[in-house]
Design a protein around this ligand. Sequence first.
Ligand code: ADP
Ligand code: 5GP
Length: 185
Amino acid sequence: MSERPRLTVLSGPSGVGKSTVVAHMRKEYPEVWLSVSATTRKPRPGEQNGVHYFFVSDEEMDKLIANGELLEWAEFAGNRYGTPRAAVLEHLEAGVPVLLEIDLQGARQVCETMPEAQLVFLAPPSWEELVRRLTGRGTESPEVIERRLEAAKIELAAEPEFDVTLVNTSVEDVARELLALMNVV
Ligand code: ADP
Ligand code: 5GP
């Protein structure tokens, strides 16, 4: 087994619990570096610029793409999201385990450009539970929830493309499994 820190990509349908798992993991293991993406989405209450995302305008996103500053980018449910390339490469070069929390389209791009990356799929215990979590979070309008559930069907069907699947029944268990996959514990 390689001890070299690997680039790990965590994907899964909206509402499955990706942010919750990552927040839990990083509280205990701050040595894992989570890439901060740029997005054209508006901040949710409590989200801070530079911490959860870099919140950018459409024009700023156009520039990031045109200048080749993103490792990957995708449009998801009406907004664009992308991973700043330089910070990811700097951390990997410094030997820091790097985690990207991105959508399916982004995961596919990383798989192409950085084949050594490990792709982890976070799956819900059931479709009903996914709907419950996404609705229960209370951060999106019914229209946006509908769009995200449409995307979720496509993402769930792509699960076999990933190296590993973790089912998010327990946040603590999934966080531990993810850390083990990243060779952190
Ligand atoms: P994502 O980042 O994948 O869109 P979130 O982390 O925002 O999802 O989680 C969506 C909702 O599901 C949140 O309200 C969160 O508290 C809840 N949640 C996350 N993981 C679990 C779990 N294992 N059991 C029950 N609820 C969960
Ligand atoms: P949210 O709006 O709920 O924060 O994120 C919506 C979706 O966009 C999630 O699936 C999330 O993983 C994904 N996402 C966040 N950042 C990026 C990114 O930089 N690139 C890509 N491709 N997807 C991202």
